[in-house]
Structure formats: C-alpha cells, structure tokens
Ligand binder design. Sequence first.
Ligand code: MN
Ligand code: MN
Length: 335
Amino acid sequence: MSSTENTAAGDSRPRGPVDSSRIPRYAGPATFARLPRLDEVGTADVAVVGVPFDSGVSYRPGARFGGNAIREASRLLRPYNPAQDASPFALAQVADGGDIAVNPFNINEAVETVEAAADELLGTGARLMTLGGDHTIALPLLRSVAKKHGPVALLHFDAHLDTWDTYFGAEYTHGTPFRRAVEEGILDTSALSHVGTRGPLYGKQDLTDDEKMGFGIVTSADIYRRGADEVADQLRQRIGDRPLYISIDIDCLDPAHAPGTGTPEAGGMTSRELLEILRGLASCNLVSADVVEVAPAYDHAEITSVAASHTAYELTTLMTRRIAADRAGEGTGTK
Ligand code: MN
Ligand code: MN
C-alpha cells in the first residue's frame, strides 16, 4: 500500500513503483513491477529489459511475447520481499529499459544486436535482468557479461541441457547457447550447473558430452528428494564469490506450474521450489540474469507469467541486496 515513489528534485533515493494507493495496479502501461522506465531515471543499478525474439526455437514458437506477458503479470508485485527481508526497489534503482528490438528473420544478426545492446547497458554500470524471448539470447548476454567480469559461474535452470551442437545445421538456437558459451571460453567451467533437468534425451552421449564441458546436474528428482535448502546450500558452496549469471528457462517448472512454454516436459519442480532455491542463493554475486521461454499463447490464467514475474522479482532482490551490501562495505566515503 505504501508508496515508495519519490520524485523530488535532488532526492537521491531510488525511484520506486507507481503508488498503488493512488493509481490501481491494473491501470496504466505495464513496466516491470510498475517501476519507472530507464529513460525516466537516466541510469539504473538493475535494468530490466525484454528481448522479443523466438526465431531460435525448435518446437512451439511464441516466446517473443514473453517479456510483455511477464510485465503484465508483474503488476501485483509489492515493494517488500518478506522471504528475503528486503525492499529491492528501495535498496537500489531498478528500472524498465524496454525491449531490445531484434531482427526476427536473421538469427545471427539478432544475436549481435542483443550483445551490442547488453554491452551498452552493462557499460552504464547496470546489472541486467532480461526477460525473453527464447533461450538463444543467453549466449550474447553471457558474451557481454564475460567482457565485463571475465568467465562467469552459471546456474542454468531448465528441463533441458541446451548444450547440443547444432540443429538443422544452425549453431545459434535455443538448444545450443551453453555449448557455444563453453567453446568461447566465457564460462567459468569450475562452477557450472544445470538445475531441474529431466526428460528424454537423444542418447546417453548427450550427458557424457555435457559432463565433459564441466557441467554438474541437479535433476528435478534430486530437488524432490533432497529439498530446496540442501540443493541451494550445495550450489552456493560451489559458486562461492565468483561473478554469477543465472539463466532460467521457465520450462524448468513442471507444466502444471508453467504450461505457457514451448518445450514442456513432465516431472518438473514446483514454482515454490524454484523460488526457495533462488532465495537460498542470497550473498552470491549475481551480476546478471535472464528468465526466458515464457510463451503466453499456451498459458492459462497467467500461471506461467505470474511464476516468471515472481522469479524475476527474487532475482532482482538478490541483485539489489548484493549492490547494497557492496556499497555498505565500501564505507561511507562515497556518496
Ligand atoms: Mn528448456
Ligand atoms: Mn532452455
């Protein structure tokens, strides 16, 4: 209910969401969590950007509409996150940077456009919270992040490995970004994990190849058997304080929790398990993240886009908490 909006000139506090006690949540254009647009605040500590691109999919298309569906579903996100005891939009400036407009008919050009746009945003000092779009976009995002931080640790939540080589001869698809990333040397191969993996593969070789690239696997069944807390503890220990990128394919969730996606697989984790694992990663140095593969045409009652909006909220909270902790650690000499 309370407003975090502050627009007074000279006020250096972050500008928060639209005041929902004055303007109902369902009114007005949708930005992520009803936050200001990036051009309204100039620069941001976390820029939420959409990438409406789904020309890299191998099965059902439609993720090009994912970013705006997540924005619509994010209207109900409130400013205080009790699970992390933090007000993410007060800790640092989070703003909606709009969409990166990419060529839907030329995948290579689209990949280059995403990388260039990410370079520009990261160059302003922002961390990126990207809303897909299909999983192809993780490669240019990782390239850009690695230019800034060096090879990064990766947590990849997905039903699928996405480390296949090519599909119909194409090297850039939504099933290949992480093989390309390993080949390009932009991932820290001592800290790579898939989380939520399940479903049929082409053959056992898929797993052997994946392991050779350095990936560990936490299957959806592992999460069910061991629980979210234990899984998060193990992942956090493996990552340590390395710069971390989290890439979340919404199909990591069971189709009951995310029907609106292009490549659904039975037997996935619940949205509660996903959110709890993310909360368990507090203190990690999350430098950027994406949530991809939301395809609203297959969704029902916004189940998938609501789950994705809460997922992006937890990721944003992790980033702003880290930003605030780093600033506090720098002492009071800086303003
Ligand atoms: Mn997937
Ligand atoms: Mn994927």
